[in-house]
Design a protein around this ligand. Sequence first.
Ligand code: ATP
Ligand code: MG
Length: 314
Amino acid sequence: MISSHPQIELVNLSRRFGSVRAVDEVSFQVQRGHVFGYIGPNGAGKTTSMRILATLDMPTEGDALVDGFSVTQDPERVRKRLGFMPDYFDTQPSILVEEYLDFFARAYGLMGPERMRAVRQVMSFTKLDGLRAKSIDSLSKGMKQRLCLGRAMIHNPPVMIMDEPAAGLDPRARIQLREMIGELAASGKSILVSSHILTELAEMCDTVAIIEQGRLLAVGTVDEIHRARQSHRTVQLRVLDSAGEVCNRLAARADLHSIRQNGEQIEFVHEHDQQFEADLLRDLVMAGCRVVEFGSRAESLEDVFMRVTEGLVQ
Ligand SMILES: Nc1ncnc2c1ncn2[C@@H]1O[C@H](COP(=O)(O)OP(=O)(O)OP(=O)(O)O)[C@@H](O)[C@H]1O
Ligand SMILES: [Mg+2]
């Protein structure tokens, strides 16, 4: 039976550490088979929320539900339904890849042929087949990351929580990871994945939430978030001799913001159309400014992220 309720649900989730509001009334839902990106700068509250979902920490207020079960009321059921991939790989004694996965399969109560099948399937999915007899302390970062994913999915949970799985991976490994996440979602799993990098998640997520200082700043599809801010355009120009003066002239206007100067280069943001830019350029030239380059573009996703989060860190 296909469940219609959200597979992951945060309901006014809050976690305080003393006076720090690490997670501050965060609510969102992830539906079955969806990949949800959780994006925010260092200290935003991503790991804290994920640890609560994984039943490793408790909310101060609010709740988190996995497949309809509450982390505070029903942590045992939550654990059975969820695979957590933390952002670190704890150092382990030197056991072999296959033994390691087998150990976790046992821990989840898998027995006999079922356990062997689970280990084999996971090794095949994470491309660890060739490394089955390798000691885990000799694995590279990328291999460890795949093993960590294998460990998290050994009991075939419907929900996966992945804390910065792409950190430290080379481009090829990132593509592999993206493909694996896509396959997991296609098989019906719901995935919450965090990152600092919006563009990295944009390619694999159906929906993203931007979080900062514990608060959700924007939730939606990447297109929705982008479109909501698309009226912002960034203009770059280069002027000879008088960049400082031009900057002052631009700063005096109320319809421009985020003005930055680097030598002859000037950059600013506005919320109007290209007609506005043409008029502005004409005014500058008429005022004697020696503009030699002038270009503009709609805000990129990275610009959106920078603007939405303002780079604030607790
Ligand atoms: N155990 C703790 N005790 C006190 N403060 C904590 C604890 N864990 C997290 N915090 C604080 O909660 C806030 C959120 O931290 P969290 O680790 O959730 O952020 P994050 O978004 O995962 O950041 P990063 O991108 O650096 O991993 C930070 O201000 C952090 O200092
Ligand atoms: Mg973190």
